[in-house]
Design a protein around this ligand. Sequence first.
Ligand code: PRP
Ligand code: URA
Length: 212
Amino acid sequence: MKKYDNVTVLDHPLISHKIAILRSVDTHTKDFRELVEEITTLLTYEAFRDAPTREVEVTTPLVKCKQRMVVENSIAVIPILRAGLGMVSGVHTLFPTAKVGHIGMYRNEETLVPQEYYCKLPEGIEKKRVIVLDPMLATGGSACAAIDLLKKRGCKDIRQMSIIAAPEGIEKLAEAHPDVKIFVAYLDERLNENGYILPGLGDAGDRLFGTK
Ligand code: PRP
Ligand code: URA
């Protein structure tokens, strides 16, 4: 895959360890959901590295000091339904005040073209840093469509956070939206003929919600 400056792939033994459990067919809903949350928290740590901060004064038991804090209200996360929902609590573990918008999108199983069916965004979204959440970046169609929509609503500072990505999805998103920083926990090998990521983990929505 071509190298893109705006793409960060977490390269860490703990991520590899958790992804191995996540992929396994023997990992069932409860553990799957917890792993998605944990990996998202680790991704959040990385994606917030340059979060907007402001200086505050804090009184410790000993002295007063200046300290930087993340600006409340500056960040919104947008899970792509359904599977992105599983990532929200992982962000809230580290930054509980992040606002949450929702974009409903499903891939047509034959054409793989994403169909939008729901959109509700927080007020003032155009002034916030927006992080799109979707565990799977496969063809990249859903991420591109969600980001197109957010840009039409005036958003200028957009990031994508995914757990597993295919090179095809990263290429499509990085070429279509070079201004969007992409954070992925793990880069997989390729897509199969049905647009599923290999080795992947199957259908993230079904595994999170136990629908199959
Ligand atoms: C899955 C996944 C992504 C999309 C990724 O959703 O959660 O949203 O596919 O594929 P893409 O990169 O090729 O667009 P799906 O359409 O299965 O809907 P669901 O989350 O409701 O199951
Ligand atoms: N969506 C999924 O849930 N899994 C894939 O492998 C590809 C798209």
